[in-house]
Design a protein around this ligand. Structure first.
Ligand SMILES: Cc1ncc(C[n+]2csc(CCOP(=O)(O)OP(=O)(O)O)c2C)c(N)n1
Length: 347
């Protein structure tokens, strides 16, 4: 398994300090925002949240390998990717609150996406976005654009036919795509050992004629370098890569799950000791690029900034009920126009 940062924060390869500090900042913001979204759900202010705690290196590292014109087909647990793409925190919060400033107007569960940032909203059915991502990548190739697609999914998705059909097609037609399988060890309560008999999910790429690589998903530098290589290869027209980022979901599957029913505290504790944020911090401290004072300030600023952003977002009014009738037809048919009229008379 490809690793650059050892668990103690040693590295043979010394990446640019500015890049490391920027990734560190984004990982901290993603962690703090994730915890706030959990709290908001518990306060009854948002419907559901799929937490990303523990998966920050996999998301941030791979997203940093993209150019700004590249396209993201995420899963629903990709908050760190959105933070790395510099989506404003207010957009993510408004989305979750489903208020009038929600860029998706209350549609589609709690997943985020926005064409402005070239992020396609994640689907809830497992793996169905993989064929779409491949089709989209092929359209970029036919249009002779130099843009590439990055497509995130979980270990559970590798058991669906969609995954195999899509990877096969991508291999045959050399689609400009990077598949990132975020192996967080579980598909809700099903451990990866019940999902597959292979040791590493990356070997599945071999059957489709392209390269697969497993990386330490808690090592942001390894995730970044592996993704950068894969993105450059796709951009050169040399086809897809499957990256398996081996990591762990520290929290529940979603706010509607109780993981204590299917896994031990010791296992969670073992993975907490491999925390991706702590690992990068150890590296930064070792190289004298960071101090504990600066660290404390960063966490405090993240907490304050996000708290204030949430307060501001909560001032937005709710969506008008008739908005559920919008965005299906370019020219709404008569019955929807009548329904919209009825809705507005109710208010
Ligand atoms: C086709 C389908 N079957 C079942 C579900 C219920 N379901 C929602 S998420 C999930 C597990 C997905 O696990 P994985 O792909 O590993 O991603 P993770 O949530 O762990 O990040 C399941 C079974 C679903 N959404 N779609």
């Amino acid at each position: 398994m490809y690793q650059v940062l050892s668990p103690e924060g040693f590295a043979e390869e010394e990446l640019d300090p500015r890049l490391l500090l920027s990734m560190y900042r984004d990982m901290v913001y993603a962690r703090v925002l994730d915890r706030w979204l959990m709290r908001l759900q518990r306060m009854g202010k948002i419907g559901i949240h799929a937490p990303s705690e523990g998966q920050e290196a996999a998301g941030v590292g791979t997203a940093y390998a993209l150019g700004e014109n590249d396209w993201i087909f995420p899963l629903y647990r990709e908050l760190p990717v959105f933070v790395a793409r510099k989506v404003p925190i207010s957009d993510i919060v408004n989305r979750n609150l489903s208020n009038r400033a929600d860029p998706l107007k209350g549609r589609d569960f709690a997943v985020y996406g926005d064409i402005k940032y070239r992020i396609v909203p994640a689907p809830i059915p497992v793996a169905v976005h993989i064929p779409s991502a491949v089709g989209f990548a092929l359209s970029l190739k036919y249009k002779k654009l130099s843009e590439v697609v990055i497509n995130y999914f979980g270990d559970g998705a590798t058991s669906k036919g969609d995954f195999h059909e899509a990877l096969n097609f991508a291999g045959v037609f050399k689609a400009p795509i990077v598949f990132v399988c975020v192996n967080n060890q579980y598909a809700i309560s099903v451990p990866v050992s019940r999902q597959t008999a292979v040791e590493r999910l990356s070997v599945k790429a071999v059957a489709y004629g392209f390269e697969g690589v497993s990386v330490d998903g808690n090592d942001v530098v390894a995730c970044y370098l592996a993704a950068k290589r894969a993105v450059e290869k796709a951009r050169r027209g040399e086809g897809p890569t499957l990256i398996e980022a081996v990591t762990y979901r520290i929290g529940p599957h979603t706010t509607a799950d109780d993981p204590s029913r299917y896994r031990d505290d010791e296992e969670v504790e073992m993975w907490r000791r491999r925390d991706p944020i702590t690992r990068l911090r150890s590296h930064l401290l070792r190289r004298g690029l960071w101090s504990m004072d600066e660290d404390e300030k960063l966490w405090q600023t993240a907490e304050e900034t996000i708290r204030k952003t949430i307060e501001e977002c909560e001032k937005n009014p709710p969506l008008p009920p008739e908005s559920i009738l919008e965005d299906v037809y370019a020219t709404p048919p008569w019955h929807l126009i009548e329904e919209r009229e009825e809705f507005s008379q109710l208010r």
